[in-house]
Design a protein around this ligand. Structure first.
Ligand SMILES: Cc1cc2nc3c(=O)[nH]c(=O)nc-3n(C[C@H](O)[C@H](O)[C@H](O)COP(=O)(O)OP(=O)(O)OC[C@H]3O[C@@H](n4cnc5c(N)ncnc54)[C@H](O)[C@@H]3O)c2cc1C
Length: 254
């Protein structure tokens, strides 16, 4: 029997850099083969090659691609927990090779630029949206984009400053971070606090689009830990969003 070939790209890529992007949260940049492409919002499976240790979950993890398609690297970002896989990602020497498979997934921005995009992220769930808003700014997409991003505190909000800065590059985009445990923070915070609920959605959407407070035709995207995705989906439906227009990505493992 001949070996079965994977129906998607599989390649080796070297780790080129890593950086802390929030408390206990790191970004990893890998080499990107020049011919390899993906759509903003998709994810890859990353496999550690011959790791010195492993655990029950094995050596493969799925990660949304946080970098944009026009960038020369593949960046992923994750909450650092004490699992073998993440310990190794954090300590392996730069230039170590991993295996990357993909891209996978269809949490990608809709084509019709007249329909607004409402993006709802819980913590690290912002990674696919980071890619999408970088792409939108780079390609000067016409979509109205509102990114709601919930974290405990500014300290643990991945890409907080960068996502805010992007508002200057793209007048169609607004970033709405909210902190659910601001009393535990040491930083000044004058933005939203508390969970993303119907009241916050109504108030912020009305402010963003006064002529169309129900934001007709919007497509809603939710990404994050499964519990957060389920809560947000319920909130959106209670608020009045059409369930057919809600797209989700669950970060299983959280
Ligand atoms: C489509 C998709 C995209 C994803 N994108 C991302 C992404 O961009 N970034 C990202 O970080 N993750 C992403 N994930 C999740 C990712 O694949 C991992 O499952 C996740 O990062 C957890 O990996 P881990 O090694 O910390 O825990 P695992 O070893 O995978 O943990 C397995 C289980 O152990 C438990 N566990 C382990 N450690 C702890 C701990 N310290 N505290 C509490 N419970 C614990 C958890 O209950 C978990 O269910 C994505 C998943 C999918 C399916």
């Amino acid at each position: 029997m001949s070996p079965v070939e994977a129906k998607w790209p599989v390649f080796k890529a070297k780790l080129v850099s890593r950086a802390e992007i929030a408390e206990a949260t790191m970004a990893f940049r890998f080499e990107r083969p020049p011919e390899w492409t993906f759509k903003a919002g998709q994810f890859v499976d990353i496999t550690l090659i011959n790791p010195p240790e492993t655990d029950a979950e094995g050596n493969v993890r799925g990660f949304s691609i946080a970098s944009a398609p026009h960038e020369g690297v593949i960046m992923v970002a994750t909450r650092m927990r004490n699992t073998a896989c993440k310990r190794l990602l954090q300590t392996m020497p730069l230039q170590t090779e991993v295996q990357i498979e993909g891209p996978f997934g269809d949490l990608t921005l809709h084509n019709n630029g007249r329909r607004p995009a409402i993006l709802l992220a819980g913590g690290i769930g912002v990674t696919p949206f980071h890619s999408m808003v970088l792409r939108a700014a780079h390609e000067k997409l016409p979509h109205r984009i509102l990114l709601f991003h919930s974290n405990n505190s500014p300290e643990d909000a991945p890409f907080l400053e960068e996502l805010r800065e992007l508002e200057k590059q793209n007048p169609n985009y607004a970033y709405i971070p909210t902190m659910t445990a601001i009393d535990r923070s040491h930083r000044q915070w004058s933005g939203e606090t508390g969970i993303i609920n119907s009241k916050m959605l109504s108030r912020r959407l009305k402010a963003a689009t006064p002529s169309d407070p129900n934001i007709a035709g919007a497509i809603y995207y939710i990404a994050g830990p499964p519990g957060m995705v389920a809560d947000m989906q319920k909130t959106l439906v209670d608020w009045g969003a059409d369930e057919d227009n809600i797209r989700t990505e669950e970060f299983t493992g959280y």
